[in-house]
Design a protein around this ligand. Structure first.
Ligand code: HSE
Length: 307
């Protein structure tokens, strides 16, 4: 059997929603996958991923082992790999979601979406990137006594998202090590209240509410030091109409939200390419800015034997 799999990049946290909220963005990795007699072969795969420990293959093996199934031989060919590695845009989550969905298709398991969610979350360890990678859209996830659970939400169409991606990596493990085990009660309240505002603002299309919501005290204060240009990029985005700028996932990519782009904002966005050069003159790292619509499809696996 052969398949075509497409999986979106994701941005987790979105300010106050640490380890629980995420959104899928239209930045894609796409692969052709065929069955082999045995083992694994890779074609065109990002060298950072191309070995027997490839996270997509490991995720396929995880599902096979969970169901006591034999390991199928896999030929994995990258068609497109747009999601940068170790930048806070969910490259690992994408590999995990693609792997779990492929195992589901390869073995004809027809697993319900809640089971897929639990498999991807167990592999990743937290659900905030894997959930939107799997389902698309805006997701709020938690771990309950019965396993992981996700509520899917649709962000209002008035919002536009931009990512500023620097030319350096921050491994998630390193960025998580910086976080304190305990937090002051006022910081917990700060985030709790803003998480409610974030979801209300994003789904109701309320930029004023969102402006107040895009503030975090659980991870950004500790991680900013890994991103020396944080304030410069945030100011640059604010001057061009951004409602707010936050660290995307564990960073170092920054996520900015824009709303109701009027003529003036549209003109400013058109000028972003030229202005990017100005920003880069001021910054320590080199930044690339991309405007990305929300992806509403999540991971799709198509059987190409029928084409
Ligand atoms: N919520 C996670 C974090 C996302 O901020 O560490 C990165 O995996």
């Amino acid at each position: 059997m052969s398949f075509y799999v497409r999986v979106p990049g994701t941005s987790a946290n979105i300010g106050p929603g640490f380890d629980s909220i995420g959104i899928a963005l239209s930045l894609y990795n796409e692969y052709e996958v065929s069955e082999l007699e045995s083992g694994e072969q890779f074609i065109n795969i990002d060298p950072q991923f191309a070995n027997a420990e490839h996270l997509m293959v490991r995720s396929i093996r995880y599902v096979e082992d969970a169901f006591g199934l034999p390991h199928k031989g896999i030929l994995l060919k990258a068609v497109k790999e747009e999601i940068p590695v170790a930048r806070g845009l969910g490259s690992s989550a994408a590999m995990i979601s693609a792997g779990v969905c492929l195992a589901n298709a390869l073995h004809g398991l027809m697993l319900p979406s809640i089971k897929l969610l639990n498999l991807v979350s167990e592999i990743e360890g937290h659900p905030d990137n894997v959930s939107p990678a799997l389902f698309g859209g805006l997701t709020v996830s938690c771990k309950t006594e019965d396993g992981y659970y996700t509520k899917l939400l649709t962000p209002d169409r008035c919002f536009l998202f931009a990512v500023a991606i620097p030319d350096f990596e921050v491994p998630t493990k390193e960025a998580r090590r910086l976080l304190p085990v305990n937090v002051p009660r006022e910081d917990a309240i700060h985030n709790l209240s803003r998480t409610g505002l974030l979801l209300g603002g994003l789904t109701d299309g309320d930029p004023d509410c969102l402006r107040r919501a895009l503030s975090d005290r659980l991870h950004e204060p500790y991680r900013k030091k890994l991103i020396p240009d944080f304030d410069r990029v945030s100011r640059f985005m604010a001057e061009r109409g951004a409602i707010g700028t936050v660290i995307s996932g564990a960073g170092p990519t920054l996520l900015s939200v824009f709303s109701n782009p009027d003529r003036e904002t549209e003109e400013k966005i058109r000028r972003f390419k030229r202005d990017e050069a100005l920003l880069n003159q001021e910054c320590e790292a080199h930044w690339v800015i991309r405007f990305l619509p929300v992806d509403m499809d999540g991971t799709s696996v198509v059987n190409t034997d029928w084409e």
